[in-house]
Ligand binder design. Structure first.
Ligand SMILES: Cc1cc2nc3c(=O)[nH]c(=O)nc-3n(C[C@H](O)[C@H](O)[C@H](O)COP(=O)(O)OP(=O)(O)OC[C@H]3O[C@@H](n4cnc5c(N)ncnc54)[C@H](O)[C@@H]3O)c2cc1C
Length: 225
């Protein structure tokens, strides 16, 4: 019998893989539309390979609590195997995990609101415009209410309010509204110790701009040594 679901969202239920999933996995990896998107070349459409995968997964569940690859059941219109979601330990990088998913076409299209260029549309509380349980900041997100460039400055500053809102969301507290700064200093090194920069409507360039950027970058890196 299949293992019981241990996580459930509006669309999916996740459980652990077991031997009975062999056939579904083989079939899944014979789907040409799915294969088109794979970046590895494991021949998961072959029974012996899937058997090894399932044995390895059983070991991961045992030795890395909370990590692994979990089969997803699409709940609507009727329960159906839809692929997997994963949180896998990264070899040689203790404490880091790789987040992933591999879904059959029947589960494609999450309904997550995106901007016209494909980034996650968010609002003042850093929640997705369509899914309040999804939060996004940095390069993957676009603030629909306060658009700004995608740069490290904005990504870093959105970190603390993001962390606060995640904690409050889980605890059922009031979420803070975060307003990004209206402009930022942009400095772009062009090689040959030359850089260009902008601040609002102003732009400037020269060796001195490169030197300025170099100072800022070195000071930033030094904080993490
Ligand atoms: C060459 C270059 C120079 C830049 N210079 C500047 C600059 O001088 N000043 C400035 O403000 N901005 C600069 N930027 C932009 C800045 O780097 C980004 O805006 C910023 O890093 C965005 O932060 P982020 O956390 O959103 O994304 P990222 O910094 O891209 O972080 C995303 C992280 O997710 C990890 N990841 C991806 N997929 C997975 C997965 N499946 N599982 C687990 N982890 C995953 C990645 O490895 C990465 O560590 C530069 C960008 C580039 C490319």
């Amino acid at each position: 019998m299949s293992s019981l679901p241990w996580a459930r969202s509006r669309r999916f239920a996740l459980r652990e893989f077991d031997a009975q999933d062999l056939e579904s996995l083989v079939e899944m990896h014979r789907d040409a539309r799915l294969r088109e998107h794979l970046v590895d070349d494991y021949p998961m459409h072959l029974v012996p390979v899937v058997r090894v995968f399932l044995e390895r997964m059983a070991q991961i569940y045992r030795h890395h609590e909370g990590l692994g690859i979990w089969p997803a059941t699409l709940l609507e219109p009727e329960p159906a195997f839809a692929g997997w979601f994963s949180l896998m330990p990264i070899a040689g990088r203790s404490g880091e995990v790789e987040i992933g998913s591999r879904l059959l076409p029947r589960a494609w299209g999450s309904g997550l609101a995106l901007d016209e260029t494909g980034f996650i549309a968010t609002g003042a509380t850093l929640q997705s415009s369509s899914h309040p349980e999804v939060f996004a900041v940095g390069d993957v997100a676009t603030r629909s209410d306060a658009p700004h460039p995608k740069s490290g400055v904005y990504a870093v500053r959105a970190g603390p309010p993001l962390a606060l809102n995640l904690r409050r969301f889980v605890a059922g507290g009031h979420l803070v509204r975060y307003l990004p700064q209206p402009r930022s200093l942009n400095l772009l090194a062009c090689g040959e110790r030359y850089a260009i920069g902008s601040w609002g409507d102003w732009s400037f360039e020269g060796r001195w701009v490169w030197w300025w950027k170099d100072r800022i970058d070195r000071a930033f890196v030094a904080r993490y040594r």
